[in-house]
Design a protein around this ligand. Structure first.
Ligand code: HEC
Length: 477
């Protein structure tokens, strides 16, 4: 996972250091002797904080993990799934790698190493219950149903679609739906969900995709008069995909939702979930307060190669590479790998002068399309001219259960059995002035000095004087 690309002696030194840390850390774990790890005291709190939002009656997961009786039979499987950490199949489904790249993310769902060890030692010791009086209070479930961010300020319900058992995949567009806003509002976050009449009991035991008919939805907003001619670019929004987490836009670059505008679902990719199902998409908008004005604008970084993919049969670790040169100073606010079935991992790196730095790496599981939103002061802040390099790792092997038949070669294409290699994360474009200000702000807020280094910010420690404020008339500097 961690590749030593510097000098070998350094690498050996580092591994030895990590190894000795592990040895030294051992007594601390022994403190909670295996026999003392109990469901009531240690495991239930971990599950209530990290799992039961999905693993509860009526949740998306196939089984509830609330009572001891429910959890006990799953103990070995829970150990296995949590130990996968950031690899395909891991639970919770969130794959950002810990030992490389930026670690400060807003929606961090990873278990700590200590929690993973507690689960393992509990499972290895016959998963004892412990004392009932040590049980944590039963978890509270989000009253708003399954809106992850709580009740949205505005929910737009799109039209119903039916997909019958055995129907083949289809790609359709749908009629526009007015948003119903009387005044412009800026959006801080957006969350999308599918609501359908599928019988979840009939799909029990399948992966998350078995519950839904919308594989993905692309959509734009436009004023109705412009609907025919709008180019989609300016007004496009993040794509909905199966198992995807909500989009949190950079707080300084809220997205405009115009008064009187409509949502145009440009593509629904529909697939059968094995039973006759009618469902629709709902888009939940979370607004900035009235009067909010964005200081910064949406970026234009686009990265991916949808044409030249060639995935060999029965081969692991096949690498894909693509590059882009940034045409403006760019803050990458979220990392969102997009691959298809053979996809196993993706990394982003920045090349600035002779400095090459990994920004983030994550595992990938095509059942769960995840994005990783960086904390505001840690989002990569890259000068114009930086080369952003994206690396995809593909496992076209029988052990990858997302692949239908690993004996097949596969190329580029829209279907899940073909491949994509895209970065779908969000970025913000900065003027010279904003770029310098962002860096100065970070130095101050994070207390960074000359000898510090902030991953993904090659110029953060350079002493660049603040620029004179721009003349309004002069446009971009
Ligand atoms: C975002 C929702 C979600 C969260 C959070 C989540 N799970 Fe899951 N889990 C699922 C779904 C859905 C499945 C079915 C397999 C799939 O779709 O990947 C699953 C499958 C599993 C399985 C395998 C079941 C089988 O049939 O083999 C285990 C074990 C498991 N989860 C444990 C956990 C634990 C432990 C946690 C917390 C540490 C957790 N999950 C967090 C949704 C979730």
């Amino acid at each position: 996972m961690y590749t030593c690309r510097i000098a070998i002696p350094h690498c050996l030194g580092l591994s030895f250091f990590l190894f000795s840390m592990a040895v030294i850390a051992q007594p601390a774990i022994e403190d909670t002797a295996q026999s003392e790890v109990t469901f009531a005291e240690h495991i239930a709190p971990i599950l209530y904080d990290n799992c039961v939002r999905c693993h509860r009656p009526g949740g998306v997961a196939p089984m509830a993990l609330i009572s001891y009786e429910q959890v006990r039979p799953w103990a070995p499987m829970i150990k296995y799934k949590t130990q996968l950490r950031d690899r395909m199949g891991a639970m919770p489904p969130y794959y950002l790698e810990r030992d490389i790249g930026i670690q400060h993310v807003k929606d961090d769902e990873r278990l700590s190493e200590e929690q993973i060890r507690l689960i393992a030692s509990w499972a290895d010791n016959s998963a004892p219950m412990g004392q009932l009086e040590n049980m944590p209070p039963l978890p509270h479930f989000n009253e708003s149903g399954d809106w992850r961010l709580g009740e949205p300020d505005l929910v737009v319900k799109l039209g119903d679609v039916t997909v019958n058992r055995g129907d083949s995949d289809s790609w359709i567009s749908d009629n526009l739906v007015p948003v119903g806003l009387a005044e412009d509002r800026y959006v801080s976050a957006v969350e999308m969900r599918e609501v359908n009449n599928a019988d979840s009991k009939a799909t029990a035991g399948t992966v998350v995709g078995g519950l839904y008919i919308f594989h993905h939805m692309s959509w734009v907003t436009a004023l109705p008069a412009e609907a025919d001619e709008q180019d989609g670019e300016e007004l496009s929004w993040p794509v909905h995909e199966l198992g995807r987490n909500p989009d949190l836009f950079d707080p300084k670059a809220g997205r405009l939702l115009q008064a009187g505008s409509s949502i145009i679902p440009t593509t629904y990719h529909l697939h059968s979930n094995g039973q006759d199902t009618t469902g629709h998409m709902e888009i939940g908008f979370y607004f900035h307060p009235e009067g909010y004005e964005p200081e910064q604008k949406r970026g234009r970084m686009s990265l991916g190669d949808g044409l030249n993919i060639s995935i060999q049969a029965n081969m692991k670790d096949q690498e894909l590479h693509t590059y882009t040169v940034l045409k403006e100073h760019t803050k990458i606010s979220s990392f969102e790998p997009h691959l298809h079935a053979p996809g196993a991992r993706m990394c982003l790196e920045a090349i600035w002068g002779n400095q090459i730095e990994t920004l983030a790496c994550s595992g990938y599981d095509h059942n769960w399309v995840k994005q990783y939103t960086f904390e505001d002061d840690y989002a990569p802040l890259l000068p114009k001219g930086t080369i952003v390099h994206m690396i995809g790792y593909m496992d076209n092997v029988a052990t990858n259960t997302n692949v239908v038949d690993s004996r097949n070669w596969s190329g580029s294409g829209n279907a899940s059995v073909s491949n994509m290699f895209l970065h779908l994360g969000q970025s913000v474009g900065l003027t010279d002035q904003q770029f310098v200000q962002e860096m100065a702000g970070r130095r101050e807020r994070l207390g960074l000095g000359k000898n510090d280094h902030l991953v993904g910010c090659p110029l953060c420690m350079a002493d660049i004087p603040l620029l004179e404020p721009m003349d309004e008339e002069a446009g971009e500097p």
